[in-house]
Design a protein around this ligand. Sequence first.
Ligand SMILES: [Cu+2]
Length: 495
Amino acid sequence: MFKFKTKVLVTVISAALAMVSCAQVAEKSASNGEKKDASLVNGLPVIQGVLTQAPNVPPPITRSYAAKVVINMETQEKVMRMADGVDYMFWTFGGQVPGQFMRVREGDEIEFNLSNSPDSKMPHNIDLHAVTGPGGGAASSFTAPGHTSKFSFKALNPGLYVYHCATAPVGMHIGNGMYGLILVEPKAGLPKVDREYYVMQGDFYTKGKYGEAGLQPFDMEKAIKEQPDYVVFNGSVGALNGDKAITAKVGETLRLFVGNGGPNMVSSFHVIGEIFDKVYVEGGKLENNHVQTTLVPAGGSAITEFKVDVPGTFIIVDHSIFRAFNKGALGMLKVTGPEDKVIYSGKQADTVYLPEGSATQSIANPAAAAAKTLTKDEQIAQGKNGYESNCLACHQANGEGIPHAFPPLAKSDFLNADHNRAIGILLHGRSGPITVNGETYDSVMPAIALNNEQIANVLTYVLNSFGNNGGQVTGAQVEKQRKVAPSAEKSDVHG
Ligand SMILES: [Cu+2]
């Protein structure tokens, strides 16, 4: 009893002392003009947390003292694009997948206000792996639609941490996109780099197969079996492609804050044509160097840093590679600047090499889904994505092709002369001599695993780009060509 009283007394005294010292600090900082907000909580200046949507990251922290950081975040359930023609009801932190990026400093105290949109159907909460405390904040932040929960925590450990919803069924909330990253910067800060980006992987489970059009519901059975239809960066197929690619200039250093929301897959994170000079393994302090591929666990992270030395498009993948080319785990980093032919020469020679028995390869065609009819402009927009993920690697960014290897699609007399023949080439592949714009090529194009609409869109895009003559290809037209035997003009074709 006595002991208890003493403790209370001590607490009261120290609280009073703390208040005095707060007032002093407030006065001091006000006179310095250093800190705009003189209101202190627990002796700490109060600042509003900066939140960003991927791939953007809040600016580095420059302050040298701890602060009370107020973070306001809203959970929202909304239908968004999963892939071209495919929609999904995502559950989100802040209206996008992944959730907003938060950046605080080791020693900061964070006041977290989690609001759940009145439009939500589900309650949500947040478990931040940066929290030391039961559930990582989950129980204290359980929030019904139209409510706000408040709790506080102190960021004791520096590192890059995942946060996610932990409302039952947890797997379903995470599987619908409820995850993001919070960076707790070490007191000394992170080394300076030129650019920082936020890339987060996630796997999705839909009733329809990959690419099947329409609003796709969540599939619990596939989720339990860990058989995702989609594995993507930043919430959708192509979120980091084309115009949305992350960018850099030759000579710059990049830092990628990489997270993996899961719910199930572990990522083999890799940037094709780059080596990570530095990886903070699992988002912690351990530094590894000269890393090709780094593992990012579900519910975990990694920080990768590298300098870009040569220009070009660097493809970001989960090197569990079918996920990259068949489930969407493919992004792009576009680097501009002068070439360095010593570091990378580009193609120096090409000679024909066709060993006996080489033949056109073909990959199984995904189920053609009934899609809604698109306008020509919509077809062109979707076809652009299709081109970038399926054709660009060979026919090049502006359809210019590569001499002696890949014929041009730009101003292609061969293409413009016969649209059905072009459809046939995508459906069945092509090998053997071909003359395009007066140049002869003799190579192999594999059949492209796309459905009718995707082929129609990509060809409509190509016909209306790169100086071609225009025109439109429809899904019905592609369906008709599927039934036509591969043209006799081609040799060695196995559709
Ligand atoms: Cu939730």
